[in-house]
Design a protein around this ligand. Structure first.
Ligand code: NAP
Length: 276
């Protein structure tokens, strides 16, 4: 029998590529991942990608139980659970973390994704409205994530490591003229991520942040129609906004072992619509 060297080389290359794909597809085998705001949008897609790579996912939601159940049903694998909490409620956030840890005995990855976007510009609001807006947005987007990070880090220190990934926003850098509280909440999140990355590195807890531009979700639905939608899409030379999956890819990368030395980083996912 004549052995064709070319065929052997192609066979080995195919085997190596397949092996590599299998390795990549199982980056999170049996990891326990809590995704806040996983009932919809970016959080739902992130939960799906983690589950597809072998993780057990804690699907968090605030009000939308139906949507959270739909997320859970759509996840690959098994042993996923649902938890409810208002990110503005410190005790509720602690209970959410405790529920996850008592169910699985550990927590490997926290994704701080839950958030709200509310427009309230200086020129168009009363002082009372302004204060209420800042309180709601900062408490949800920033203090909620800070509390979840604190509670997760307690467990991660005990178990010898973990990952925290924050979903921030391009608005932290570019400015949010009609939603300054939102821009501030995300700038605060960036600073929090960098500070925690430095403090928690000796405990083998790595912290990364993703800063997306516009993404096609419920949050932006009303912005992406008509002329305003075209203007927003044209902010990117690609002429479109991001898909939730494109933000999730970056979040999974930051939660992976490959990104350990990137702790403290902030990754832009904005189609070159704003380059810092
Ligand atoms: P979305 O579709 O509006 O979903 C928001 C999620 O946050 C839902 O799961 C919601 O839960 C949860 N949530 C809202 N208020 C909450 C509260 N008080 N307590 C706990 N959970 C709460 O949002 P998205 O577009 O996927 O955005 C996800 C993250 O990406 C946010 O932090 C957002 O700021 C950031 N981001 C989004 C964009 C974008 O263009 N979409 C761009 C940059 C950054 P329920 O379903 O139960 O209400």
């Amino acid at each position: 029998m004549r052995v064709n060297l070319q065929e052997i080389i192609v066979g080995v290359a195919r085997w190596a590529a397949q092996n590599d794909t299998n390795k990549n597809m199982n980056r999170f085998n049996n990891k326990i991942v809590l995704v806040t705001g996983a009932s919809r949008g970016i959080g739902r897609e992130t939960a799906r990608q983690f589950a597809a790579e072998g993780a057990h996912v804690v699907v968090h939601y605030h009000r939308n139980n139906e949507a959270a159940m739909a997320t859970k049903r759509s996840l690959a694998g098994d042993n996923h659970i649902i938890v409810q909490a208002d990110m503005r409620d410190a005790a509720g956030v602690e209970e959410m973390l405790n529920t996850a840890v008592s169910h699985y005995g550990r927590l490997d990855i926290l994704i701080n994704n839950a958030g709200i976007y509310e427009e309230k510009s200086v020129a168009d609001s009363s002082y009372a409205e302004w204060q209420a807006n800042w309180r709601r947005v900062i408490e949800t987007n920033l203090i909620g994530a800070a509390n979840a990070s604190f509670c997760a880090a307690q467990q991660m220190i005990k178990q010898g490591g973990g990952r925290i990934v924050n979903i921030s926003s391009r608005g932290a850098f570019r400015g949010e003229p009609t939603a300054p509280a939102y821009g501030a909440s995300k700038a605060g999140m960036n600073g929090m991520g960098q500070s925690l990355a430095q403090h928690l590195a000796p405990y083998h807890i790595f912290v990364g942040t993703v800063a997306p531009g516009f993404v096609e979700t419920d949050m932006t639905e009303t912005h992406l129609v008509g002329k305003m939608g075209d203007t927003i899409r044209n902010q990117s030379p690609l002429g479109r906004v991001a898909k939730p999956s494109e933000v999730a890819y970056a979040a999974l990368f930051l939660a992976s072992d490959e990104a350990a030395f990137m702790t403290g980083t902030i990754i832009d996912v904005n189609g070159a619509s704003y380059l810092r």
